[in-house]
Design a protein around this ligand. Structure first.
Ligand code: B12
Ligand code: SF4
Length: 559
């Protein structure tokens, strides 16, 4: 972030920037293209002071908050309070999933907000900036919610941008590194998804507005953006954040073929690695192999459940067998992977929990990837939220929506697992993050063509991941038995057993973490000395993609 004292900018945008906030950066690029002066400031808890300082320095006409995670509503509310308390008079607006779907509630909960920009923000925010000082015009701005006295006015919806190529490439600054000096960028080739999983915000977000449920950029524009990042910023690892990097229908496969062709023609295919997130039914051997030949390195798979009942409740439209097949396909092709998995969902019973634990054992015992799990949460506007509300099972508050299970003892079980596993599963320095990081770095090194010398490190890593997976499953089983075999009234008598299970789990985690850190430290000099043989040194060795199909000589192929 550049500091220019006493500069009055048009807008200062604030949001989580863990993997580059592509939504905010797209809004920023569009506004810049429209001639506005914009600044981006990252948000994270505890950063309020530097945000206040930035606001003083830039004196923006408008501050835009990116509330893409429902659970951050309160944090953003507090930040806005702090800004107002410091005398900041700028117009406050917010965008993202929750504000879009619940604009009135958002503005009631955060009285400091002057408006909400609903759904896709590029065009709406540009129009708001243009007419910021003419509130009488605001009712003509589509997809806006704003205050008029004590009333909240919600305007007509704006159709989705029909051609994503008409938007400028997202704003970028200096890329982060993912290890061994490899620079990374987040990418987006599409917006939206054709499915309607009951727990997911995506369908509600894009489906509430006129326009196609899923829109794709042209393969040329995606490749071109990658090439610019490769040449100008030295980016070698591209992380696609598309909701579903789809490869199921004929049309989607055709898109993919053109994309892969573009990667070959530009010489990128052999010199970059990339990651996608997709559904299990997108994966099929032939197309996967083609993607791997063009630099695909990692896949995040939306598995979600190992129980047929669970998959039905989540409306995933796949079965357990398909889940297993896709995971095995990735394993047999040596692809780095992680899965999304919800051990608990509203239909959970002891039987479905057992099914899930069996599934996790089947996929996790070999230590191929660390298993992680969570409880499905009913986000605003999702089908499951309304089902739970209708059934009188919805509880919690706006930032932490929750529900009760049909069997009261499962509520106890789930609370205990939360208590025991939150650090392992979600803390930035917990076992899962450490194992994932170690696994990722190993696979990155391996994928860039450095094989053999880290074999012992790999073996140790598989052992530790398998141990963590199996310890976790044992704890989950024992806990389930301890809780479910008792009447609620007698559960307190199980306190000691439960404490023993928890303490053993935590001891095991500590042991794994200590071992991992020492192994990692030992392997690090070796891994760090990777010669990076396939990374071209000079950006001049590449020409910009011109879409004409010109073959550009590529560097050393991937081993
Ligand atoms: C990339 C990503 C992440 C990245 C981080 C992204 C970041 N910015 O830092 C990582 C991997 C870290 C992540 C983590 C999580 N994520 Co996530 N993530 C995404 C994902 C897949 C893509 C985001 C994106 O780039 N979208 C593309 C852009 C173009 O769209 P957009 O963000 O919606 O932005 C547009 C509009 O919303 C609007 N807009 C957005 N902000 C603003 C601000 C202003 C001022 C204006 C005017 C407009 C505006 O304009 C933008 C352009 O049109 C989304 C799904 C999705 N499609 O959005 C889930 C999503 C946001 N994640 C979600 C969740 C639940 C999580 C986790 C809680 C998961 C977990 N169990 O751990 C964590 C929490 C992270 C944390 N901070 O603790 C949910 C949020 C649901 C909800 N209602 O709250 C989503 C929607 C996925 C889903 N299927 O439901 N996530
Ligand atoms: S979970 Fe994935 S497949 Fe299901 S609706 Fe959401 S983005 Fe689409």
């Amino acid at each position: 972030m550049m500091r220019k004292e006493n500069l009055r900018v048009d807008a200062l945008l604030i949001g989580y920037e863990t993997n580059e906030n592509l939504g905010l950066r797209s809004v920023m690029a569009y506004l810049q293209e429209s001639g506005y002066n914009i600044v981006l400031v990252p948000f994270f808890p505890g950063n309020d002071e530097s945000i206040i300082e930035a606001v003083r320095a830039y004196n923006p006409r408008l501050i835009g908050f990116s509330v893409i995670f429902q659970f951050t509503l309160e944090e953003f509310g507090q930040l806005m309070q702090g800004l107002r308390a410091n005398g900041v008079k700028a117009h406050f607006t917010a965008g993202g999933h929750f504000p879009s779907l619940r604009p009135e509630l958002t503005m009631q909960l955060i009285p400091e907000l002057d408006s909400v920009v609903r759904f896709e923000g590029e065009l709406t925010l540009a129009e708001l900036l243009e007419h910021l000082e003419q509130p009488q015009h605001w009712e003509q701005i589509q997809s806006l919610a704003y205050r008029e006295g004590s009333e909240i006015i919600v305007t007509q919806l704006r159709p989705l941008v029909s051609d994503l190529d008409s938007l400028p490439p997202v704003y970028r600054d200096e890329p982060q590194e993912v290890g061994f000096g490899v620079k990374t960028a987040s990418m987006l080739a599409s917006r939206g998804c054709l499915y309607n999983c009951s727990f997911c915000s995506i369908r509600q977000f894009y489906g509430s507005v006129p326009g196609a449920l899923r829109r794709v950029r042209s393969p040329q524009s995606v490749v071109e953006e990658m090439l610019v990042l490769f040449n100008d910023k030295g980016v070698r690892y591209f992380s696609f954040q598309d909701d579903d990097f789809a490869a199921k229908t004929k049309q989607q496969r055709q898109w993919l073929q053109s994309f892969l062709k573009g990667l070959s023609e530009t010489g990128l295919a052999n010199n970059i690695r990339w990651k996608i997130s997709c559904r299990v039914d997108d994966l099929e051997s032939e197309i996967l192999k083609k993607m791997l030949d063009h630099g695909l390195m990692a896949v995040y798979l939306g598995v979600e459940s190992g129980s047929e009942t669970g998959l039905r409740t989540l409306n995933k439209k796949v079965n357990v067998d398909q889940n297993l097949k896709s995971i095995n396909l990735l394993k047999s092709n040596n692809v780095a992977m992680a899965i999304g998995f919800m051990l608990f969902d509203p239909s959970s019973t002891t039987d479905t929990i057992h099914e899930n634990l069996n599934f996790l054992k089947a996929v996790g015992e070999d230590g191929y990837f660390p298993i992680n799990f969570c409880k499905m949460l009913p986000y605003a506007g999702t089908p499951i939220e309304s089902e739970l509300r209708d059934a009188g099972r919805l509880k919690g508050d706006v930032t932490q929506p929750d529900y009760n299970f049909l069997d009261e003892r499962l509520d106890w079980y789930e609370s205990l697992t939360k208590l025991i596993f939150t650090r392992r599963n979600f803390s930035p320095d917990g076992t899962i993050m450490l194992l994932q990081e170690a696994d990722f770095r190993y696979r990155l090194a391996e994928s860039f063509g450095f094989k053999g010398q880290t074999e012992s490190y790999n073996k140790m890593l598989r052992y530790l991941i398998s141990k963590s997976n199996m310890d976790t499953l044992q704890t989950l089983r024992e806990l389930l038995y301890a809780v479910m075999s008792q009447e609620i009234n007698y559960l307190l008598e199980e306190q000691n057993t439960i404490m023993e299970i928890a303490e053993r789990q935590w001891r095991n985690e500590m042991e794994i973490e200590v071992e991992l850190k020492s192994q990692f430290m030992e392997a690090l000099p070796l891994l760090n000395n990777l010669p990076n043989p396939h990374l071209p040194q000079s950006k001049d060795s590449y020409m910009p993609f011109n879409g004409s199909g010109v073959q550009i000589p590529s560097a050393t192929p991937k081993s």
